[in-house]
Design a protein around this ligand. Structure first.
Ligand code: OXD
Ligand code: MN
Length: 591
């Protein structure tokens, strides 16, 4: 399908190393993809769901030790240790290649090697980037064909050009020998012994964030873990927001938000451009423009329902691959915790065991049907609120950048930074409770700068410096905000209703961007006057509740500032500008 010598050499090298029985090029045609699906069903890799109720939909179960990203086994490999981050794993490139070569030797014996040419971003756009993923997993092929643009058309655009090399084998699915290695200096990704999305769909986290963040640094743009949405006003004008939240903190829900009734009646609409990744560049007019390089959604299933995210639910009703959700053997559909109150009576859980919603474990706790990090891989075109700008190769102009985490206390519902550099400081000091999207303890507060802790492909201090540099390049930078939907009361219940009602906060954010609303100056930034958050039609929330949500406790924030200082101490090359911001925050808190 190509005469690109570098592509052909990459395949030859891989054949010699991995010894597959055959090589199959993914051409991107529906006929070939359908044949792959059929084969995957015959091999027991996919279960075909009820095609009347869920046309084109399939279920996959991973092995039980392979259900999430493995940050502990994810490496940035470079010549010098300080070109990665002290908070990420590092391996010297030469050592990593040697180690991986041994693991890959003969690992595809008797298997097919699939060649996936893929484009991150619209095929042929000058801002898009091309990758070639070589994999022995048909599950990877079928997911990549949803999440990115794949096939012959990509090779046509590639011509003799350069691409990001990605090599993946599920090998023996051994946890001890699982490695997800990135070589930003060589545009290369190598992943072995996993078959879980974030570790193996190499276009997503590995390329579009880790490798792309490094490319962005060297080429003067940004790759961020951000959703992109447009708020359409009753007059038809649309303003765009990019927002960074750690994994499984509601990016897909916010990106596909349905405004509350009072807003809908007035004619407000929200459009989704992307739910996970934004590539951001300076436009000709000196503003920042964002594109979503993906072509689909790899969303967390549990908690997705008719109320929390009807758009996402609708998106998954055709041509979707579900991973690790529960199966309803009575009607051939799927179920997950939080979908509805009717778990299957005759079901099979994500582990493949007979299951129904009444089962309890030895401690009397309900046995889950779906894994907490179970996923749907769904085409973007299915999304009822997909923005008409989704394919626009130039992207959408950003009015605001929003950072957010899961914090039971400390962070108010929303606040605005006082400048670009102050906003970078706010992003750099973000913290959030960990979730099931990565292996390890859940609910532990950790610093997750710009929600990029697991995804920066180079030194974190240099990444902060790049943000500061980008601020100098934009004449008209977006305003930077921080939100927290997750503040809890003394009983641990969320105070803010979240979901569609987050529109009320977005409205304030955009009003601030246009100088249409005042704010209160506090030591941490600008906070809304409680009465400026529209609570019309909101049950159980009063102006006093909003006041409480916006409260900033000085002592808690002094501890927070100490926490930020400690975190900066764990990093190298933190820019002086951010240390100055921290010192200024401390001073304001002491005043
Ligand atoms: C994701 C993640 O899958 O962040 O998007 O883990
Ligand atoms: Mn993500």
């Amino acid at each position: 399908m190509t005469s690109n010598k570098k592509v052909l050499a990459f395949i030859e090298e891989t054949k010699a190393l991995c010894d597959p029985k055959e090589v199959v090029w993914v051409d991107g045609s529906e006929a070939q993809l359908e044949a792959f699906r059929k084969q995957a069903v015959e091999e027991g890799i996919l279960i075909k769901l009820n095609q009347d109720l869920l046309p084109g939909c399939y279920l996959h179960r991973t092995t039980q030790n392979d259900v999430a990203r493995v940050e502990g086994r994810t490496y940035i490999c470079s010549k010098n240790k300080d070109d990665s981050s002290p908070i990420n794993n590092w391996m010297e490139s030469g050592e990593a290649y040697d180690m991986l070569k041994k693991l890959f030797k003969g690992c595809m014996k008797g298997r097919t090697l699939y060649v996936i040419p893929y484009s991150m971003g619209a095929v042929g756009s000058k801002f898009s980037k091309i990758g070639i993923e070589l994999t022995d997993s048909i599950y990877v092929v079928l997911n990549m064909a949803i999440l990115s643009r794949v096939g012959r058309k990509v090779l046509d655009v590639l011509g003799d050009g350069d691409f990001v090399k990605g090599l993946h084998s599920y090998a023996e699915l051994s946890e001890e020998k699982r490695y997800i290695c990135h070589f930003p200096e060589d545009d290369t990704i190598i992943s072995i012994n996993s078959n879980y999305g974030g570790n193996v769909l190499l276009g997503k986290k590995c390329f579009a964030l880790r490798i792309a963040s490094y490319l962005g640094k060297t080429e003067g743009w940004m790759a961020e873990h951000m959703l992109i949405l447009g708020v359409e006003y009753p007059n038809g004008e649309t303003k765009y927001i990019a927002a960074a939240f750690p994994s499984a903190c509601g990016k897909t829900n916010l990106a596909m938000l349905i405004p509350p009734e009072v807003y809908k009646k007035k004619g407000y609409k929200v459009w989704c451009v992307g739910d996970d990744i934004a590539w951001i560049r300076v436009g000709a007019d000196g503003r920042l423009y964002a594109v979503n390089p993906e072509n689909g959604f790899f969303g967390v299933a549990p908690g997705t329902n008719e109320k929390s995210n009807p758009n996402a639910l609708h998106t998954t009703q055709k041509n979707t691959i579900f991973t690790n959700v529960a199966y309803n053997a009575d009607n051939g559909t799927v179920w997950w915790e939080g979908l509805d109150k009717n778990p299957p009576k005759n079901g099979i859980d994500w582990k493949g065991n007979p299951w129904n919603g009444d089962m309890k474990d030895a401690e009397g706790k309900p046995v889950k049907g779906a894994h907490p990090n179970s996923r749907f891989t769904a085409p973007a075109v299915n999304c009822p609120c997909l923005s008409k700008e989704f394919e626009n190769p130039d992207g959408v102009p950003l009015s605001a950048i929003v950072f957010g985490g899961r914090r039971a206390k400390t962070a108010p519902l929303v606040y605005q930074s006082t400048s670009w550099n102050n906003g970078v400081f706010v992003g750099s000091s973000m913290a959030s409770e960990t979730t099931a999207a990565a292996t390890g303890a859940v609910g532990v507060v950790r610093r997750d700068p710009m929600a990029m802790r697991p995804f920066v492909g180079y030194n974190m201090g240099d990444y902060f410096a790049h943000w500061i540099e980008m601020g100098k390049k934009v004449k008209n930078p977006p305003k930077i905000f921080n939100v927290n939907w997750f503040r809890t009361d003394d009983e641990g219940h969320f105070i803010w209703p979240g979901f569609g009602d987050n529109m009320r906060v977005l409205e304030w954010i955009l009003a601030r961007c246009e100088d249409k609303v005042d704010a209160v100056e506090t030591p941490i930034g600008y906070v809304p006057k409680a009465e400026d958050i529209n609570i019309e039609g909101l049950d159980g929330i009063t102006v006093d509740t909003v006041k409480g949500l916006l409260e900033i406790d000085k002592n808690t924030w002094k501890e927070e500032a100490d926490g930020i200082e400690k975190f900066y101490g764990e990093l190298t090359r933190v820019p002086q500008e951010l240390k100055d911001e921290l010192a200024a925050l401390k001073k304001r808190l002491d005043a």
